[in-house]
Design a protein around this ligand. Structure first.
Ligand SMILES: [Zn+2]
Ligand SMILES: [Zn+2]
Length: 365
């Protein structure tokens, strides 16, 4: 029996364990077996590792992955965009599958909140067959209903994983909060989500984008991506950076502030960075990192619109891949990617992400 190795989260806050699982004997008509080329380590994986979301254990982490089709179900003849699909094709896929039938899918059209939503690398107990439902593995089994995307030849694997779920998450978030031509934008956080928001803001008509983040190697990429001004959080206290950012907006604050940090304190800081009548998007809190004291008077007095956004839909992945192929020279997301970690070092990759040591850690099984 052919086996696949996988890095498994068995207990929260403990090292990942490399285990072996059998490859499925057969592939269902609408499913596929993929040999993983590169798996991204997302900030969400760090939240999952800390147990900040209710997930089953043990689980194979990894929800932003590129691989090569090893075996294709007989019905899976085309990708999500209708392009022919064949064994040997390089593909990526939307990390979640929704039911299309529940209250949120059908009536309220909020499929990212589908009551039956399941995500690779998050929702599957890997003791249950087909076991291989996370990216930190040599193989992954794509279940029927997965939105698969064949990658254009000119788009490097590193660019797709470098943009990862950050770009699609940002696309969805900006769609909800809206960005207007000429907007001054402040982005809190220069990790993958902050950098993706920067790329999208720069191509959506923002007049000026101020990045508040760190450390320096991430702000360098922000500079490459066209940030007009960077404030290093590792060198400034909260009051000092708020003052700097407000000074840069003539004391008024930004039209639009995007929270891409995931630390609760960033939210009270971010509300102060909005101009009166401005908009605030809380995008970085995929995990539950706890509560903070917060003054609702600020939202009322400043007449703020505050929004949240969760995950993304296959249509966002489709647009994101087109954007990446089209804007490669302007936004080289492959520059975020560090030297790949082998599967045995998946835990080191996770720790590198947790400590902001890399812009984007990746695993090459
Ligand atoms: Zn993610
Ligand atoms: Zn549903």
């Amino acid at each position: 029996m052919q086996m696949s190795r996988a890095a498994v989260l068995t207990h929260f806050d403990s090292p990942l364990e490399v285990k072996e699982y059998p490859l499925p004997q057969s592939v269902e008509p609408d499913a596929a077996l993929i040999r993983v080329t590169l798996a991204g380590v997302c900030g969400t994986d760090v939240h999952l590792w800390h147990g900040q979301l209710p997930i089953p254990l043990p689980v194979i982490l990894g929800h932003e992955t590129v691989g090569v089709v090893e075996r294709l179900g007989t019905n899976l003849i085309a990708d999500w965009n209708g392009q022919r699909l064949a064994e040997g094709d390089r593909v990526t896929w939307s990390s979640s599958i929704t039911c299309g039938r529940c209250y949120y899918c059908r009536i309220k059209r909020q499929p990212t909140r589908c009551l039956e939503r399941k995500a690779y690398g998050i929702s599957y107990d890997c003791r249950q067959p087909p076991h291989l439902l996370g990216g930190y593995a040599e193989y992954i089994y794509l279940r029927p209903g997965t939105s698969v995307f064949r990658l254009p030849d000119e788009l490097p694997t590193e660019a797709v994983v470098g943009a990862g779920c950050a770009l699609v998450t940002s696309l969805h978030g900006l769609e909800r909060i809206g960005i207007e031509w000429g907007d001054t934008v402040i982005i809190q956080g220069s990790g993958p989500v902050g950098l993706a928001c920067l790329a999208l803001a720069k191509t959506s008509g923002a007049s000026r984008v101020i990045m508040i983040g760190g450390p320096e190697h991430r702000l360098e990429i922000a500079g490459q991506f066209g940030a007009d001004y960077c404030i290093d959080v590792t060198k400034t206290a909260a009051e000092e950076r708020t003052k700097q950012a407000l000074d840069l907006t003539d004391g008024f604050g930004a039209d639009l502030v995007l929270e891409c940090v995931g630390i609760p304190q960033a939210v009270s800081e971010g509300l102060e960075l909005c101009r009166d009548g401005g908009r605030y998007l809380i995008l970085g809190h995929y995990g539950d990192a706890g509560t903070i004291a917060f003054n609702p008077h600020v939202v009322t007095r400043k007449q703020l619109v505050v929004a949240g956004s969760w995950g993304f839909e296959p249509r966002h992945t489709s647009v994101a891949l087109q954007f990446l192929a089209r804007s490669r020279s302007q936004f080289p997301f492959e520059n975020l990617v560090s030297a790949p970690f082998p599967l045995e070092c998946a835990f080191e990759a996770l720790q590198a992400t947790a400590g902001w040591a890399t812009a984007k850690s990746v695993i090459a099984p």
